[in-house]
Design a protein around this ligand. Sequence first.
Ligand code: AMP
Ligand code: MG
Length: 503
Amino acid sequence: MPQSFARFDNTYARELEGFYTPWQPAPAREPKLIYVNQPLALELSIDLTALGEAASNVFAGNTVPEGAEPIAQAYAGHQFGGFSPRLGDGRAVLLGEVLDRHGRRRDIALKGSGRTPYARNGDGKAAVGPMLREVLLGEAMHALGIPTTRALAVAASGEQVMREGALPGAVLTRVAASHIRVGTFEYFAARQEHDNLRRLADYTIRRHDPSLAQRPDRYAALLEAVVERQAGLIARWMNVGFIHGVMNTDNMALSGETIDFGPCAFLEAYDPATVFSSIDTHGRYAYGNQPSIGQWNLTRLAEALLPLLDTDVDKAVASATDILNTFPDRYFRHLLQGQRAKLGLERANEAEAEADSALAADWLSLLQAHKVDFTLGWRRLADAAAGEVGKLRSLFDEQAAPDMWLARWQARCADEDSASGLEPRAALAGRAARIRAASPFVIARNHRVEEALAAASVDGNLVPFERLLGALQQPFNESPELAPYAEPAPPAVTACYKTFCGT
Ligand code: AMP
Ligand code: MG
């Protein structure tokens, strides 16, 4: 039994009996480690060298590390708008919790480690491709500074899983601030188990918002804190062109981390109606719908919390409504903060909020009208700020198309610079640097992701995956070696690109 793995302290298992089913991961036939996240292991004080050969067994679920108490968590969820009262971890087990080097409590869970009592018709398994996809997208989000769950390891199982055809199987080890979902609250609310609802809310407050614990209005305050975190998270997604793809309430975490990377993908040419998920036929989770879906999901959370907000239903509803109504303003504040950074603006006056927001919105309309790549469109503003407009113009079908907008933006910048008293050249360089720190050069391009996963899954060749991962880990670095990863996919590829849930 590898003792060196990590020191577990499993509060969820200990304090929330009845919220899960104790469950052992199924052993994999022939486990082989194909990915380990060394920096994350270090953060968690996991000594991989000491683990040695045992690592593949631990990360495949064959050996349960000492101190772990594997459980499958119960939760419900609204999927594409319809309520499922019982979902739960169908193919995942939470091994337990550890305190990382910064003293933060992190869940360590396996995904793809066999059927659980919540599996319904699923086989409990996962395939190499989708699990490496979760690695790539999670590390990309992390490198972009966006709160996210992360992959610690992927072990190939040596087994075949049946999807459209037979695929090589794998188990992913996931690290998360917690796995408490909107759907976890919905589970107990739907069963009218109000004591359990309160236990869950108190637990969540202890874990994510301990400063609220003593407040008499702590459940309203929890809702408000979650609304604020989701507003910030979704604004960050929007500012990097991330489409989650399956924002069901069971895939929304109270911690405010991005969770459950299924059919997610990044925008190529800017179009708010962009949908890549094969199952999202009505575009419910299209890029541009994400903020309103966020609020819709939070409304489901608020409904679940109603019994805790007030014994008087009308008062509870009024309190929840007031909090939910703050979502749009919070979202726009976060969005504008990110957009100002992407425009290279430092001055953040309330009086200019509307004008700056319109400046950003008009930029986006221009990108949309000319089918310009979202990521490069923003990135090339840095070159324009430094006086080199050619690279930006060349993204447009008509070279002069951005000129009117650019003049407006430059006037706003000049105004800020003259007030700052900076020497003009220093002001330009500073602005270009700020834009380059806010708008990535490299994102997870769909064609690059597919190419890397196909090589890994079909040929067992991990080199393209490793190279792509290396590029995604330095998204703001514009070096010549990274240039191939920054190139948009041919529009014909994007037009028929489909992502799958990977179940
Ligand atoms: P997801 O679409 O990944 O968010 O999953 C929705 C629900 O389906 C969750 O309850 C999962 O645990 C369950 N699920 C997804 N894939 C499988 C599978 N292959 N076997 C069992 N359960 C699954
Ligand atoms: Mg899920």
